[in-house]
Design a protein around this ligand. Structure first.
Ligand code: ATP
Ligand code: MG
Length: 500
């Protein structure tokens, strides 16, 4: 959930000291005892990514300078803070030239380290955002531009990466604002067609009578108003990717034509005489369940199977809350740069609240909330009051499966009743209070309360999982298992919410 900091130092005492400080700063610490081990950890694709490295310069074997060189050679963009003994200024200069972000002199104090880490993480988030915007403009978005730390998204991205190496039709399903178009663009940008056009059509936004002409083109004079010849999206996208957004909204007559175009690999313009061959890959997206549209008779089954060859379901943000802090940091960095605002952080309270909201508008909603907060805020840190809409949504956003905890911001005094739910909401800042009775006066299920306690503990210790496990007196693996179980329990409800 929180940023992961790698500490590389051959001295066990130093390692322990820095590990402790990093944890006190609210980050997760991972330690290694050599330069080689650091490189191995940073380049291992099977373990969660590292957000920043605190690197000792003097180590036997591969030293700090060697690590920096390897990081650069491997094209890793991770920010590095080097640690140096007093008087090692020459080394520092070389390290900064080799790409280190900052340096600290041993023994470093916790405040100094915190400032350095925060700056490094902010700078790296900004760099990532700028790159994403640039790639997006150039039509070269890749999977590296997708901000995520969640296992659920890892699975989706693994499949999407494989899909990118072929022209297999991909259907992306997911709620509004989850990043369907972003993934479609990454699939295009990571494949062989990346230098060719990516053409998006919003099938839901075209008037019925113009769908065919927009997709397949028309000849001049083929209908009233057709004053010019128009190529159509299929021909425009030829050689590249055609992104059929909101494909479930395509009228039935256009579905027939689309099916024929896909089967025959050619399109016929309205009023045209002969079909034109097109070579393109189709990626479609929908925020409804396309199979349901088939069952309701709004979508042709044969077309469904043509588009649905490789389905990808993007989980809603509330099913991958561990992404929230990372997305917040990225958006904060970007909007501060765009709006020229000197905000450097989001308060722990605000972060905790934001990470617990349901975000029905998903990443787009989060992005807009940060944008608004950055523009309106007057301080150098965003706090709870900078997210009034989010805070106000808190009580109503709770679905039947939501925990009663954290529904009310501090300034509301009376405990609210969550609509549609028989559990009274406990005001967030009556921290440490657990509602044991449901609104009906019965004892709540143990499992539910346990999940609530764990969630509270994670928020309370700002995501430091070792601390959470220690305080709850359970092992870390037990903690993760319980979290997985709670998440599994959540998902069927989320599914059904999505299809409502
Ligand atoms: N993982 C992510 N990292 C960074 N930005 C993201 C991510 N996912 C989505 N976004 C941003 O969130 C916004 C919404 O994403 P996108 O347009 O891809 O969603 P969508 O699923 O297509 O939404 P809709 O169903 O409303 O069309 C965009 O600005 C996008 O750049
Ligand atoms: Mg979209």
């Amino acid at each position: 959930m929180v940023e992961r900091i790698l500490i590389a130092d051959d001295d066990a005492v130093q390692r322990r000291l820095v590990e402790n400080m990093v944890q006190r700063c609210g980050y997760e610490a991972i330690v290694v005892d050599s330069g080689d081990a650091a490189i191995a950890r940073l380049t291992d694709p099977d373990v969660p990514a590292i957000d920043a490295l605190v690197l000792d310069l003097v180590m036997p074997g591969l030293d700090g300078m060697g690590v920096l060189t390897k990081i650069r050679d491997a094209g890793l963009s991770i920010p590095v803070i080097v640690q140096t003994a007093h008087g090692g200024i020459d080394n520092v200069v070389s390290a900064m030239r080799a790409g280190a972000h900052d340096f600290v002199v041993k023994p470093v104090g916790v405040e100094r380290l915190q400032v350095s880490l925060r700056n490094a993480l902010n700078a790296s988030a900004l760099k990532g955002e700028l790159q994403r915007i640039k790639h997006s403009r150039e039509g070269k978005l890749t999977f590296a531009d997708i901000v995520t730390r969640s296992a659920a998204m890892d699975n989706v991205l693994r499949t999407a990466r494989k899909a990118a190496t072929s022209t297999i039709p991909v259907l992306i399903e997911g709620e509004s604002g989850v990043g369907k178009e972003l993934i479609a663009r990454a699939i295009h940008g990571s494949g062989e067609r990346s230098s060719k056009p990516f053409v998006a059509v919003n099938c839901g936004a075209i008037p019925d009578n113009l769908v065919e002409s927009i997709l397949f083109g028309h000849e001049k004079g083929s209908f009233t108003g057709a004053t010019e010849r128009h190529l159509g999206k299929f021909v425009e996208a030829s050689g590249g990717t055609l992104f059929l957004d909101e494909v479930s909204e395509l009228p039935l007559t256009a579905q027939v034509k689309l099916l024929r175009a896909l089967q025959e690999g050619s399109v016929e313009a309205v009023g045209g005489r002969k079909p034109v061959k097109v070579d393109l890959r189709i990626v479609s997206a929908t925020n409804r369940k396309l199979l349901d549209r088939v069952k309701e008779g709004h979508f042709r089954e044969d077309l469904f199977y043509r588009l649905h060859v490789l389905p990808l379901t993007i989980p809603p943000l509330r099913a991958r809350r561990e992404d929230i802090p990372h997305l917040l940091r990225h958006f904060l960095a970007r909007f501060c740069a765009e709006e020229n605002r000197p905000i450097t952080a989001i308060s722990g309270e605000a972060m905790t609240l934001l990470a617990q909201l349901d975000w029905p508008g998903n990443i787009r909603q989060l992005e807009n909330a940060v944008y608004r907060a950055v523009v309106m805020s007057e301080g150098d840190q965003l706090g709870l009051t900078d997210f009034p809409q989010a805070a106000a949504q808190a009580p109503t956003m709770a679905g039947p499966s939501s925990e009663p905890l954290l529904m009310e911001p501090a300034f509301h005094s009376a405990p609210a009743i969550v609509p549609g739910n028989d559990i009274p909401a406990v005001p967030f800042f009556m921290a440490g209070t657990l509602a044991m009775l449901s609104h009906g006066g019965d004892i709540r299920p143990l499992e539910e309360m346990e999940a609530e306690i764990i969630r509270f503990a994670i928020a309370h210790y700002r995501g430091q999982m070792s601390e959470v496990a220690r305080r709850l007196k359970i092992g870390r693996s037990t903690l993760y298992r319980k979290l997985d179980e709670a998440a599994d329990k959540d998902s069927p409800t989320l599914e059904s919410e999505q299809t409502d």
